[in-house]
Design a protein around this ligand. Sequence first.
Ligand code: G6P
Length: 612
Amino acid sequence: MCGIVGYLGNRQAFPIIIKGLKRLEYRGYDSAGVALLSHGMTVYKKAGKVSDLEKIVDLSKTGATIGIGHTRWATHGEPNDRNAHPHLSNSGNLAIIHNGIIENFHAIKEILLLRGYHFNSDTDTEVLVNLIEEVQKKENTSLDNAVRIALNEVVGAYAIVVLDLRNPDQLIAARKGSPLVIGIGDHEFFVASDASPIIEYTQKVIYLDEQEYAVINRGGEYDIRTLGNVLKSPEIKKLEFSLENIEKGGFEHFMLKEIYEQPKAIEDSLRGRMSAQNGWIKLGGLSEYITRIDNAERFIITACGTSWHSALIAEHLIEDLARVPVEVEYASEFRYRNPIIRESDVVIAISQSGETADTLAAINLAKERQAFIFGICNVIGSSIARTAQTGAYTHAGPEIGVASTKAFSTQVSIITLIALQLAAVKGTISTSKLREILYELENIPKKIEETLLLNDQIKEIAAIYKDATNFLYLGRGYNFPVALEGALKLKEISYIHAEGYPAAEMKHGPIALIDENMPVVFLATNQSAYEKIVSNVQEVKARKGKIIAVVHKGDTQIRELADHIIEVPETEEILSPLITIVPLQLLAYHIAIMRGCNVDQPRNLAKSVTVE
Ligand code: G6P
């Protein structure tokens, strides 16, 4: 979703802002713009890519040492030059960039129209900047106070940065519901939607909290207050990743790099949290609240997108191993349907970004109803991580490709540890079985390395099916969520319609779609119900569907039936998603590349969905 970059310091702001916007491209956007302040305000805006914006900028006018930049993911008004940010107030004094949605913008716009304001765009953002201007005029107050008063009048979510023509030494930033990070350099400041535009310049950051605003002054002074005007003393945090982590490192695309990073990402997510040799697991955030979590009568797991697929795997793992009932909920549905939430429930939120608006709202609702919240996030310091009472970071490192890969496998690794630690506490697993699974978990990175060696074979399969218009993905048990995730990967980045289905359920609908043009991907590594899945393969074969089967090395039965066999290393059934997802990620990647799609920034999608 929208990306924000601001700079105030001694250097030229423009190159820093443009580079920052490029680092935020992965979030998904459809237009971009900058405002620079030096002998007047200069604004450039353009639909399309940041590189399109660069082409229209007069480089002789970029001497400013203060400026703001934005990538817009359209909500109110189509993606064109006019609706791109920054937006100016009617006087031309104020420029604003905004990520989020002002829900009551209609009502505010009506009032402003009556007071003689005019609007050049269809956006809620232009309404907000004029509201700030109107408040400042009416109250005859400082800009920061006007921002504060105006924000108290709006309903919705926002991260904003405001620039004032009359004060080239100050930036004002505020947030509610959308993330904002302030980087603190040597007499210079950076403001951004996440830390990726900042890391190159400083490791010192402040994560602005909900309903806080910052007044940043040239020279190094800053003030952070709540929207209720209470002065805060924020904690300065140290960024834990490096520039290298957010660059492609020799790979053609971030997605491919991240697929290949999975063995290391899983190792990082397990490090220090288990030992197979000594038979222990210790997730700090779980151990600290073990009594509360052990006493839970039920787990509710809420998430969106790929993280929701991890939640489905979590349901299997926790019920299987720890014998506690689990419900899995789409965050967007859960929060709007008056769900039954009890004090004795533990709600687990899974989110790579930790900023997904629906997931955040879902846990806020659960918290209000006294449930205990456990967050599984990748981004350190993110809103969901901070809202949860406890949790575990996945430590996958920054994930830039919009289609989630290593975030998924590390989420599944963490969930496996949670299920095993709970099972150990509850005594629902024997010591020997626990140790066996832990040994196998330690081996997973190596087995993924082996699976990645199948890349060339998968590329050949991709070449055969790249022009298909539909794909079906089928799996049972632990492999059913993998089928959903494989189908999601394909549709996200190649725009081929794909459906994931429980293999046996195929008979109740999708079987009608099968003919000689339908590629069907089977996840058939199951040890339990293997014969059943063989029957499902037969059913597709009998209707001339094209069968691509992911099986364990040495499988003989399915080899006889399938058109293509992808043989992956054998593992414990409960850990199989960590392996079987890998060929599906590669298949989607190669098909998308062969179809000429932008795999890292697929159309219409955003990496972090900060609006409802
Ligand atoms: C977006 C992304 C998906 C992601 C989903 C949930 O749709 O494109 O890749 O799975 O949001 O995001 P989260 O950050 O909460 O895991």
